[in-house]
Design a protein around this ligand. Sequence first.
Ligand SMILES: [Ca+2]
Length: 282
Amino acid sequence: MINVTVSSSKTGSDPTCTQSVQYGILLTHKVHCSPPARGRFVIVTLTGNNVTLVLCQVVVRAIEFSEEAHGVLREGWYNVDYDSKISPTMRENPVFKGESQSQIVLRDFDAPVNVGTKYVQRLTSYLQVPVSGNYTFYLSCDEFCELWKYDVIEDGIEKEDRKAEEIVTKQPIISVKRFSSYQEWDRYAEQTSQSVFLDKCRIYQMEAFMREETGNDHISVGMRTPSGKYERPIPGTRLFRTKPGTRKLEVTLQHPKTSLSAFVGSNLHISGWFHQPYPTIA
Ligand SMILES: [Ca+2]
């Protein structure tokens, strides 16, 4: 077993993320800390009898500034023989289960155009909307695509009852089986989602799947805000390529007593501290 720990001390005594991967015939191992872990040190250890770990290359992807967290993760799989009969949706298809062959970060919800033939890609991003209200999503692609929306459980800000809620819906919010031109949003009725209520204090994971057989290829995701403004494609300013870190609200009583009381109608001043890794919430 290979253990990877992120820590702010050299000894790894205060780990912020610990992940394990089974070693075997694979030459590349990847661990993912979600949300990103705070720390300055990455410690790799190997456990087992009579085993030796030889590292050829270690790549650490880190976020130093909030701007670096914006965007959309694009993963690609190439030379794919896609069998549409073995899964009811693209998301469930085995071609998306293995390690992707390429990973890049896109600025907006808009993938590179005319990349190749017989490939699939998945675009993943975390959306934070500017105001709470009803949003409509749009999907344009060549040749097949799906858009999914998931609630994101964030430790620390969730009420207990939300945890029981089903976070993965069984159906995509958009499924398109016909090609449109690049960023052509209104060619078919099925390119538009139902109206979806989004809360500005929450973060939503958006996942778009696309499959290309031959000819032109592209995929773009757009939305209409509650005020009727179109953001097509959705700009990177609303999107994060990885799950945001834990938001925390801490309130401490400054009064020497352990409890406070106030008359009804009088003012009670509370000062608190709110930590938020990078999204901005008013
Ligand atoms: Ca095509």
